[in-house]
Design a protein around this ligand. Structure first.
Ligand code: DX5
Ligand code: ZN
Length: 218
């Protein structure tokens, strides 16, 4: 069986103390960093300077989720700075293949994200040219929303293609993942689970990561 990966989202962390918040989840596989531009989504978070500071503050590989317009222009610098994974939205570009190519050329893994209402079918071919598919299970923009279980059919489709050897993409899910929802997502075939409020609103974020990982592996 696949070893489940857990990626705490710092969107629910204390932005004035991100170094400590990263240390609190030291056992995590990735640290998920939500970049929002107040255009692609109706919220504003952080950008490259904060990512650069985080890179210096933690050894956890950074999983940058860019919820921004014009990723062709803005995504490659995150890769060049040293992010492990740079994920952009399919809905934000006409040429996802070019964006993925440029991210890889700048030294990171490339991820394609799709919103809950976005069909998978038009992007199946492009999945050959990215490393990660991020399936959004809430509308992007805010933490603490409820899990949309309907997106799991997209997870199952990709899982089947990967298990059949037709694709080699890693399947990540983002939004509303907690103790009540992670088992359903695991069953559908998710590899990597993003969790914001379930980790950083917990008394002990490190223990919350371990508990989610155990649940996902069960
Ligand atoms: C939402 C972000 C998520 C968010 C998830 O747009 O992409 O990464 O942090 O938060 P929770 O886990 O609380 O739904
Ligand atoms: Zn995210």
């Amino acid at each position: 069986p696949r070893a489940p990966m857990i990626a705490p989202s710092i969107l629910s962390a204390d932005f004035a103390d991100l170094g400590a918040e990263a240390r609190a989840v030291a056992g995590s596989d990735w640290l998920h960093v939500d970049v929002m531009d107040a255009h692609f989504v109706p919220n504003l978070t952080l950008g490259l300077p904060v990512v650069e500071s985080l890179l210096a503050a933690t050894d956890i590989p950074l999983d940058c989720h860019l919820m921004i317009d014009d990723p062709g222009r803005w995504a490659p610098p995150y890769a060049a700075a040293g992010a492990h994974n740079v994920t952009f939205h399919a809905e934000a570009t006409d040429d996802p293949r070019a964006v993925a190519r440029d991210i890889r050329a700048a030294g990171a893994k490339a991820g394609l994200a799709i919103k809950p209402g976005t069909d998978l079918e038009p992007y199946l071919e492009i999945l050959r040219d990215v490393d990660t598919l991020l399936v959004m299970s809430v509308e992007p923009g805010f933490g603490g929303q409820s899990f949309i279980a309907g997106v799991l059919s997209k997870v199952r489709t990709v899982r089947n293609l990967v298990d059949a050897g037709e694709l080699s993409v890693l399947v990540e899910i983002d939004g509303g993942i907690n103790a009540d929802t992670i088992e359903r997502a695991a069953e559908a075939g998710v590899d990597c689970f993003v969790a914001g409020s379930a980790v950083y609103r917990a008394q002990d974020p490190g223990r919350a990561v371990a508990a989610l990982r155990e649940q996902a592996a069960a």
